[in-house]
Design a binder for this molecule. Structure first.
Ligand code: ZN
Length: 284
């Protein structure tokens, strides 16, 4: 590689002050106290299970809560979310990352893609909220990685492995909607890596994973800001402490629980509205 010399003012250029990109205090307000009251009076209405190295699809009506629960053993999940009435509107991990952080927890929201850009769900509880940032710079529930997929696996190892999260999510969506595998695959998108413990290495800034701190009984809980269709894959990486995209690691199921709110706390709540930008893009 050709050597590049530093300019004489390199030090002062590097000293530019970082500015947080978005004024997140201007986002539509979240009435977290009302959500916290509502979550005291929840009634379980549906349960789904993502089997190890497989995925389940599930419906969550607007105004309901849903939980992703660790059962049996430490396990990472890959979550996709769509507007139930329009599969073209889906979770946008990149903008969620920019608006909140590389890893999300209670109070953060899961935003949808352009041109819809609205909150699909709000995180209302996270039993791993204590983890914070560890000495390696890692956190839990990242929106930086994508799902494991058979194409990258083939590029790196020359194998045809069919139980990566990308394929698991494809099968679950196809079975739930009646779409073909090829049609369903087009709707699979970058995920929320539920329970996954990840970061960027401090020296080379490479994406790394380490054994998830999740234990059976832990859960992350969401409030559905509109009618949702979800899909959750129990990653072949298990707790992602060793490998992924193979059958080498112990894997456990994940449970999805859907709850109806029976309190009056959210009586003034309204479903999230689609983004109001006029979409003219400077053209008349
Ligand atoms: Zn995976």
């Amino acid at each position: 590689m050709a050597e590049v010399n530093e300019p004489v003012d390199a030090q002062s250029r590097r000293a530019a002050k970082p500015i947080v990109c978005y004024e997140t205090d201007k986002l539509p307000e979240v009435d977290m106290p009302a959500y916290q009251i509502a979550r005291e009076s929840l009634e379980l209405v549906a349960e789904y299970t993502a089997a190890p190295r497989d995925a389940c699809a599930f419906d969550v009506p607007a105004g309901h809560f849903f939980r992703i629960v660790s059962v049996e053993g430490p396990q990472v999940g890959d979550l996709n979310l769509w507007s139930a009435s329009n599969l073209e509107e889906r979770f946008f991990s990149g903008k969620t990352r920019q608006l909140h952080a590389t890893h999300v927890t209670t109070g953060d929201r899961l935003w949808s893609n352009l041109p819809h850009l609205r909150a699909l769900a709000t995180i209302t509880h996270d039993t791993l909220g204590w983890y914070g940032w560890d000495a390696d710079g890692a956190g839990v529930h990242d929106v930086i990685g994508t799902r494991c997929d058979p194409y990258t696996n083939h590029a790196l190892r020359g194998l045809h492995y069919h139980y990566c999260c990308h394929s698991n999510l494809t099968r679950a969506l196809a079975k739930h909607t009646g779409l073909t595998a090829q049609q369903a695959e087009r709707h699979i998108h970058d995920v929320l890596n539920v329970f996954m413990c990840t970061g960027f290495s401090l020296d080379t800034h490479q994406y790394f994973m380490k054994a998830s701190p999740v234990r059976p009984g832990d859960f992350i809980e969401f409030f559905a800001e509109t009618d949702l269709l979800g899909a959750l894959s129990a990653c072949p990486g298990g707790d992602c402490g060793a490998s992924h995209s193979d059958d080498a690691t112990p894997c456990y199921p994940l449970r999805v629980e859907v709850y109806r709110n029976t309190s009056e706390a959210l009586k003034n709540w309204q479903p999230a509205e689609l983004n109001a930008y006029d979409q003219s893009h400077g053209l008349k």
